[in-house]
Design a protein around this ligand. Structure first.
Ligand code: TYD
Length: 139
């Protein structure tokens, strides 16, 4: 396993559904590896846009495509990986200080994002060179 693969984590949530349909439950500090403080969701994006393009000093995230599909590119400054989110029972946990880009959204994509932190613009690093500088200083 490469170093970057130790940083993010694929999650698979159990389906508690029955003949009435599917039911997926995610609870803070149970299926989600942090207490959830913030929820947002992205829809109406398409295969021409790139979202994200930032790293966070404090926020951790779990991304779940509750409908449709999208891709997430993660980058730790050394390596990149592309994760395809294509099932409502699948999530990916992203720790702080991992550069991420979300793209290739299907027209029906609803990307649910959970975070351990409230929104604070000051903890977003939106300049890739600044990101490299910060993690370089930490190496
Ligand atoms: P942005 O970070 O560009 O979204 P994405 O990560 O999906 O590319 O956020 C778009 C706008 O929404 C920006 O003005 C900041 C604001 N915003 C909040 O106010 N709270 C939030 O939790 C998020 C994610 C964004």
């Amino acid at each position: 396993m490469s170093d970057i693969e130790k940083k993010y984590k694929m999650l698979e949530f159990p389906d508690l559904g029955d003949e009435r349909g599917n039911l997926v439950v995610v609870e803070g500090s149970i299926q989600i590896p942090f207490d959830i403080k913030r929820i947002f969701y992205i829809y109406g994006s398409d295969d021409t846009v790139i979202r994200g393009q930032h790293a966070n000093l404090k926020s951790e995230f779990v991304l779940i495509n509750v409908a449709g599909t999208s891709k997430v590119k993660v980058d730790d400054g050394d390596e990149t990986r592309v994760i395809e989110l294509n099932q409502p029972r699948m999530g990916v946990y992203l720790p702080r200080m991992l550069w991420k880009e979300m793209y290739d959204f299907s027209a029906d994509s609803v990307l649910l994002v959970l975070s351990n932190e409230h929104y604070d613009a000051h903890e977003y690093i939106r300049d890739y060179n600044e990101y490299l500088k910060i993690i370089g200083e930490k190496k």
